[in-house]
Design a protein around this ligand. Structure first.
Ligand code: SF4
Ligand code: SF4
Length: 280
């Protein structure tokens, strides 16, 4: 059977997913469930509960031959299906083979620096992405992986070999279970491993109060990154736009002040990290 992956969306020209203009490909499925996830519709595979089929105002979602089908031409992009899905999924996904994605990338090759795979958690489809990256290399483009840091590095050696750089989230150091509702905890070990291989472009921490050990996380990550002057450390102030109603209610009281995030960036710089950025 042909190797296929479920893709949530493809952004042909992204300038926030690594250096330059990039084709960003978002894989469906994640191994975490962070309380502030801004792509919550990418977390799980569709369970064909059919709730969205009944609620789509224009009949763009149908159930045929045991599968949920999505008609892009009918869709008015109201996002009702994403808002009401009880499973953090989306009917607006599509299955692609490596060859099909490669054809899309080829269309843009003259206008981009490379591609970035994201999600969901892209490393869950390491085999598929390794195949894709090998083909992308033949176009002279770079290949980046955006990851939540929760992966088993022993299963990723082929992918790491063909990846130019990783963009790694360090979401927390000691409160991962509370924040990511996941028992995974090897993110720091993975970051150190990728740094030693010179495979890291950027590390990111989203700042949210109470749900994470902010000062401890910043300290630990900065003390690792101070020895890697080329690597960016980006602090992101959590925000509530684009979140589900439930997420918004959960988070509203935990958004830090802009001043506090700037103060944290100053601390990171003082520890010795050369490239510090923040998003307020
Ligand atoms: S976003 Fe599109 S598919 Fe989803 S409910 Fe709205 S019209 Fe239907
Ligand atoms: S996308 Fe969500 S609401 Fe729609 S059928 Fe799948 S699981 Fe149900």
């Amino acid at each position: 059977m042909e190797n296929k992956a479920v893709i949530n969306k493809i952004i042909p020209f992204s300038n926030v997913d690594g250096p330059g203009n990039r084709v960003a490909i978002f894989f469906q499925g994640c191994n975490a469930n962070c309380i502030y996830c801004h792509n919550h519709e990418t977390i799980n595979m569709c369970t064909t509960c059919l709730i969205c089929v009944k609620k789509c105002p224009v009949g763009a979602i149908t159930f045929i031959n045991g599968k949920v089908n999505y008609d892009e031409k009918k869709c008015i992009e109201c996002d009702t299906c994403i808002k009401i899905c009880p499973n953090s999924s989306s009917p607006r996904t599509k299955e692609y083979t490596v060859e099909e994605l490669f054809e899309i990338i080829q269309e843009y090759k003259l206008f981009i620096s490379g591609i970035t795979v994201s999600g969901g958690e892209a490393t869950l489809r390491a085999d598929f992405i390794t195949e894709l990256f090998k083909k992308v290399k033949t176009l002279g483009l770079t290949s980046f992986v955006d990851t939540n840091g929760f992966f088993n590095k022993n299963h990723l050696s082929n992918l790491i070999q063909v990846t130019d750089k990783f963009m790694v989230d360090i979401k927390a150091v000691s409160q991962i279970k509370t924040l990511c509702r996941s028992s995974l905890e090897n993110n720091l070990e993975n970051l150190k491993y990728l740094l030693k291989l010179d495979k890291v472009y950027e590390v990111r921490t989203v700042i949210i109060e109470e749900y994470m050990d902010i000062e401890n996380t910043i300290n630990v990550v900065s003390n690792i990154l101070k020895d890697y002057p080329e690597v960016i450390y980006k602090l992101i102030r959590v925000h509530s736009s684009g979140l589900s109603q439930k997420q918004k209610q959960l988070m509203e009281k935990h958004i830090p002040s802009k001043e506090y995030v700037k103060e944290l960036a100053g601390k990171v710089q003082k520890i010795g990290v050369k490239k510090v950025e923040y998003i307020l």
